[in-house]
Design a protein around this ligand. Structure first.
Ligand SMILES: Nc1ncnc2c1ncn2[C@@H]1O[C@H](COP(=O)(O)OP(=O)(O)OP(=O)(O)O)[C@@H](O)[C@H]1O
Ligand SMILES: [Mg+2]
Length: 328
């Protein structure tokens, strides 16, 4: 595995701490990019590795759709004939699904023109994946199935982001074996702190046994209630223990973020990142920090891989100038 590739697992065994919300918004913001924030567009693969399929439904993708999912991919024999692209939902279908879901829920409103994605691909999941933990248990190379399946498409994406279930079972181990970075969302509430040492121990074990490239990408404080002493306390404790690893951007607890899946699109697309739209603004802020960290970590390795989007544009003969005003 290339140690400089951006493959980030969004992981915490604690349930409901905004893993999915963070994975979905980060993947979307990094894919779309925002020149005025210094985020270039990028080709992004979002992998839903949770049988709950919440990342898939965040885009209005119907979980009952009979499409191949990450489950089928993990269960395929590893004989080199896999084509991950056959399992992906591309930007056009994702856009259709989002717009359809928005129309269903808002029959009197016009679909906002910004409700579209161009560079985002989803490897969906559904409840069938819940059998995978048991079925994988007896298979050879059970911890590294995802890593093997992704190997052929590694160079087709700038960033890969994996949403994991709330456990440290085989699915999460597969995600961490395939990743080089782990992003940990921490809910600003008391019990959040208790699970952190267990999580850090598990990361150390994975580093030792399965993937010595795995590193902490960052810790994101989520569902922060302003004016709450408890939220401030938890944030303070997390910063005390994890220092620079904690993102400056804190995600507030907001209705707009909770309601976004109902409208079938991540909040970073539904709302412009303005002062009034704090949910979108903060997730865009997190994406900006994430982009800066990606650049900094790549610089540590002395590597700056060519942007996949730019490479593809040149191959198509598109004008290059669309990237000229974006610092990378
Ligand atoms: N900042 C926020 N403000 C308000 N609600 C939020 C926020 N972030 C997430 N939520 C809501 O909280 C719930 C849990 O979030 P989410 O599904 O992202 O967590 P999770 O860690 O992926 O959960 P699970 O462990 O079940 O996979 C969801 O209903 C989501 O819409
Ligand atoms: Mg989730």
């Amino acid at each position: 595995m290339d140690p400089y590739k951006t493959i980030i697992s969004c992981t915490n065994q604690k349930g409901g701490c905004a893993k999915t919300t963070t994975a979905v918004n980060l993947a979307t913001a990094l894919a779309e990019g925002n020149p005025s924030m210094g985020i270039p567009p990028a080709k992004v693969l979002l992998i839903d590795l949770d049988p709950q399929g919440n990342a898939s439904t965040s885009f209005g993708v119907d979980k009952r759709l009979d499409v191949p999912t990450v489950y089928d991919l993990l269960m395929q024999p590893s004989d080199g004939t896999l084509n991950v692209h056959d399992y992906l939902i591309g930007p056009e279908i994702l856009t259709d699904e989002m717009q359809r879901a928005f129309k269903n829920m808002n029959q009197d409103s016009r679909v906002p023109p910004r409700l579209k994605v161009e560079n985002l691909y989803l490897l969906p999941s559904n409840i069938r994946l819940s059998g995978a933990e048991i079925e994988l248990a007896t298979k050879l190379g059970r911890e590294t199935r995802l890593r093997e399946a992704l190997a052929p498409v590694m160079n087709d994406f700038d960033h890969i982001i994996i949403d994991t279930p709330p456990s440290l079972g085989l699915l999460t181990i597969n995600a961490l074996a395939a990743s080089n970075w782990i992003l940990v969302p921490v809910q600003a509430e008391y019990y959040a702190l208790e699970g952190m040492s267990q999580l850090m121990n598990s990361i150390r074990l994975i580093q030792k046994r399965v993937n010595n490239h795995l590193k902490l990408f960052g810790i994101a404080v989520t569902m922060y209630t302003p004016q709450s002493k408890l939220s401030a306390f938890v944030e303070g404790e997390v910063r005390k223990h994890f220092g620079e690893d904690v993102f400056q951007t804190v995600i507030p607890r907001l209705m707009a973020i909770a309601e976004a899946p109902k409208d079938g699109a991540p909040v970073v697309l539904l709302k412009r990142p303005t002062k009034r739209n704090k949910g979108s603004k903060q997730y865009w802020g997190l994406a900006k920090e994430a982009h800066q960290r990606i650049l900094a970590r790549r610089a540590e390795y002395g590597i700056n891989p060519e942007s996949v989007l730019r490479r593809e544009a040149i191959e198509r003969g598109d004008p290059e100038h669309i990237w000229d005003d974006i610092e990378d």
